[in-house]
Write a protein that binds this ligand. Structure first.
Ligand code: HEC
Length: 508
């Protein structure tokens, strides 16, 4: 390979430089193409500027064919230009390979970088005055929905009584993991795939502050006392603790062990009764509990409990007391119940395939509480008695499901079929008989998924997950459709009241 650097013209100097910042030398041609045509928007380090980061970690949900088409044809109504007239098909193909090649060295995303990205857009909303003001709209602020529209990276604010859109604004590219409200529903925090955290004022409908904490982020959680935001990341292997008032950086928490290994963070959750955050890890057989009750400053705290497990646990469900977590095992054979206080496994679960416990819900059934979870691999919904952790029913569905939802005031639980030929159907389960009583096909051929209820549970709102998608509102008792609202790939809906009261019919 050294032969390539014999001629020290400006080109080879560039490649020497590229190699030294971690771009593998075998992709010199692609690296040069990238610097010429793409770097101005996507960053010479591929970490993103006005355009998103182009790294394999960030492109996990994008097929290579789709990426090639984005490059050739551009993306309509965005800054992403079409290159089919500029680049040959082979050049586009090699650029695709290039952006799916990991960086040779994980770039640092250090304190200075985070602080430089931090912006307070509305200082008056940070300082005390915020609490007294009223919403700038007439709607019940607790029955408002945020609708994340992934199709064009916008968020709609929807009145849950009239189903009129109050406001619509541009978000950072590819929001991840669901927005999280403060306990009174006044503010909300978003995380984006590329590591941007945004604080938004639900009364004034304005962005308060934002900061970029990582290169690839999974999700965030807000502490029960509204003082801290914790962000879990894939790249770098960190958790970031922010001041919830203005998103100022408090702590970078590296997820490393004594041997120098590190782990990606699958998700962070808030466990209010424990005054802690729980972090699910992808590469350690541990969960981490981050306690926030004590003093936390730049130099001291938070206290972190590293809880050892006998398996990886990266998707789980909490019981209502936040004592037990239910997780699926990687062997796809069984799940387990792990007690966080006793720090030991207390039961095995009969859970095969890949249950999506993060989307599991509970309800009262006879004299017990049941947990129901869809399955990302099998055509089943598993229903477990939380008194003895025995599976009491495996309901057969028309395909693997992703989201399951209900509401305390509704007799039904809804589960989607997310993959396969039946991705356009939605099952409705009677919570009293544990039977599927209705299978809806709201838009034949189009993916339907994700239900959210209005505050009072009277209406269930379904998403058609397509670029030319829509929300479909159902009367939650009669299951009659009442209206349709066009949306651009509405991937998630978040009702303020159901989220801040931690309704047992929705995930948190
Ligand atoms: C003028 C700015 C600009 C230039 C130049 C540019 N891009 Fe983009 N690119 C963007 C923006 C902005 C987006 C996000 C569009 C959106 O909102 O969907 C994007 C999106 C993409 C995506 C889709 C990513 C995803 O997650 O689906 C790919 C792939 C991509 N660009 C590759 C490239 C490549 C390769 C080049 C160079 C040949 C390039 N871009 C040049 C601005 C640019």
């Amino acid at each position: 390979m050294s032969g390539r650097y014999v001629l020290l013209n400006s080109k080879s100097l560039f490649f020497l430089l590229a190699a030294s910042i971690g771009i593998p030398a075998y992709s010199q041609v692609e690296a040069e193409l990238f610097q010429t045509h793409c770097a101005v928007c996507h960053g010479s380090d591929r970490l993103g500027v006005s355009g998103p980061a182009l790294l394999p970690e960030n492109l996990r949900r994008v097929r290579k064919k789709q990426a090639a088409s984005s490059i050739a044809n551009g993306l309509p109504a965005t800054q992403m230009p079409a290159f089919s007239g500029v680049l040959q098909p082979e050049e586009i193909a090699s650029l695709v390979e290039f952006i799916y090649t990991p960086l040779a060295k994980t770039p640092a995303w250090d304190e200075q970088t985070i602080r430089r990205s931090h912006r307070v857009l509305n200082p008056e909303l940070v300082e005390g005055t915020a609490k007294s003001s009223r919403p700038v709209y007439e709607a019940d602020p607790l029955n408002v929905f945020l609708v994340v529209e992934a199709g064009d990276h916008h968020v709609s604010v929807l009145d849950g009584d009239t189903f009129e859109t109050i406001h619509r604004f541009k978000s950072h590219y590819a929001l991840h993991g669901g927005p999280k409200y403060t306990s009174d529903g006044r503010f909300v925090y978003f995380a984006s795939r590329d590591g941007w955290v945004t604080k938004y004022d639900m009364y004034r409908l304005e962005i308060v502050a934002e900061t970029r904490v990582a290169i690839n982020t999974r999700n965030l959680a807000v502490s029960g006392d509204d003082r801290y935001v914790l962000v879990g990341n894939y790249l770098p292997h960190t958790m970031i603790m922010l001041d919830a008032t203005d998103l100022n950086l408090i702590r970078i928490i590296p997820v490393t062990d004594q041997q120098g290994h590190s782990s990606r963070v699958s998700a962070v959750y808030t466990a209010e009764p424990r005054q802690s955050f729980i972090a699910a890890l992808k590469d350690f057989e541990e969960v981490w509990e981050v306690h926030y009750s004590g003093q936390i400053s730049k130099i001291g705290g938070p206290v972190i409990d590293r809880i050892k497990l006998d398996d990886y646990l990266d998707d789980f469900f909490f019981d209502s007391a936040y004592e037990n977590i239910m997780g699926a095992a990687r062997n796809a054979k069984n799940g387990q119940v792990f007690n966080l206080t006793e720090k030991r496994k207390v039961a095995d679960l009969d859970l095969t395939g890949m249950p999506h416990l993060g989307s599991g819900i509970t309800w009262v059934y006879n004299d017990t509480v049941v947990l129901a979870t869809p399955n990302l691999q099998e055509n089943t919904v598993t229903i477990i008695d939380t008194n003895n952790w025995k599976t009491i029913k495996k309901l057969e569905t028309l395909g693997p499901g992703f989201f399951m939802r209900s509401h305390e005031n509704s007799p039904y639980a809804w589960v989607d079929v997310f993959v396969g030929p039946n991705k356009d159907v939605m099952h409705v389960i009677d919570k009293a008989t544990l039977e599927i009583v209705r299978t809806l096909k709201p838009a034949p051929g189009k993916t339907s998924g994700h239900i959210e209820f209005t505050r009072d549970g009277r209406f269930a709102v379904l998403s058609i997950w397509e670029m030319d998608g829509e929300l479909i509102v159902y009367d939650a008792k009669t299951l009659e459709e009442t209206r349709r609202i066009p949306m651009k790939k509405p991937v998630g809906k978040y009702n303020v009241y159901n989220k801040i009261t931690r309704s047992s019919g929705t995930s948190h």
